[in-house]
Design a protein around this ligand. Structure first.
Ligand SMILES: [Fe+2]
Length: 299
């Protein structure tokens, strides 16, 4: 706690993933993206060339970063920071016990689930196509997958999960969910059970996404957004050169609830999938390290 602020950390990680600040209503204050120090001047030049107006930092978040609005008016920051997104695919464990052994722990002895890191953020946008163009041109993010103009998934070029930022069509900007990486389906289930025990049973899952491949369970927060337990998301290494345009994929859904989240994060209907492509890293000066700082100004 810092005054009326609650910083969000994960177990065993120094990075501050987000801050929840007291406010009169729920509002996504801003998103912060980290960049390598050497690249910072080029980002500044790019913003200048694209005539993106620079803004003052919001009160309490003063920094040496660059502040500006997305096309939707979502405030964002670029600043020098360490890369906190993974440099390789995050570990995932699917354990099975040998015959004659109990595999599942007794409930009283079940371990707590400790998310390892903030993996991605899904924000709303009024214009998915325009937002894709903006995040490509300004931040150097690349499109991983999209489903028409309803939802899109973007990754960083320095080694990244399938998406560190996702965009879903809505009337305007806002936060749909924060996704927290865990190491197994067991972790997802135990986390969901723990949250239900604490009174947060509303949500959706267990399931598995097609776009990104991660297993998930969403828990609705007190403000109507969600936190996602996520495991085994696809990873896009730096050198990957894989074009999948137009290629359909096998579907595998463990279960799908009836929550409205389904509309946003569910699987596209037959014929609806627009095959995206994993873009290669190309030797451009596109430069975003894949760090997310999410600051939430909530109730
Ligand atoms: Fe997600």
């Amino acid at each position: 706690m810092r005054g009326n602020r609650l910083d969000v950390h994960t177990h065993g990680h120094n990075h501050r993933w987000g801050t929840i600040v007291e406010g009169s209503r729920k509002r996504l204050s801003h998103l912060s993206f980290g960049v390598f120090e050497d690249d910072f001047p080029r980002f500044k030049e790019r913003l200048n060339n694209l005539r993106v107006p620079l803004l003052e930092a919001p009160p309490g978040f003063e920094s040496n970063g660059l502040w500006f609005h997305s096309p939707d008016g979502l405030l964002m920051e670029l600043r020098v920071a360490d890369k906190t997104s993974p440099n390789e695919k995050s570990s995932f464990m699917m354990a099975s016990a040998p015959a004659g052994t109990q595999s599942s722990p007794n409930r009283s002895q079940a371990p707590r689930t400790n998310p390892r890191r903030l993996a991605h953020v899904l924000v709303f946008t009024a214009d998915v196509a325009a937002s894709i163009a903006f995040y490509e041109r300004v931040l150097g993010l690349r499109l991983s997958d999209r489903s028409n103009d309803g939802i899109a998934f973007m990754h960083g070029i320095h080694g990244s999960d399938h998406h560190l930022l996702a965009l879903a069509k809505a009337q305007g900007p806002g936060l749909h969910h924060l996704s927290w990486d865990v190491g197994s389906i067991n972790d997802i289930g135990l986390g969901a059970m723990h949250m239900a025990d604490k009174g947060y049973a509303a949500g959706w899952g267990l399931g598995r996404h097609v776009l990104g491949s991660n297993y998930f369970h969403y828990v609705r927060d007190p403000w109507g957004s969600y936190s996602e337990y996520s495991a085994d998301i696809d990873y896009i290494p730096v050198k990957l050169r894989l074009a999948r345009s137009g290629q359909s994929r096998t579907r595998f859904i463990l279960s799908v609830g009836t929550d409205t989240t389904q509309r946003l994060c569910g699987e596209p209907r037959d014929g609806e999938l627009v095959g995206g492509s994993f873009h290669d890293s190309r030797n451009e000066s596109t430069i975003i390290s894949t760090i997310l700082n999410t600051s939430l100004n909530c109730l």
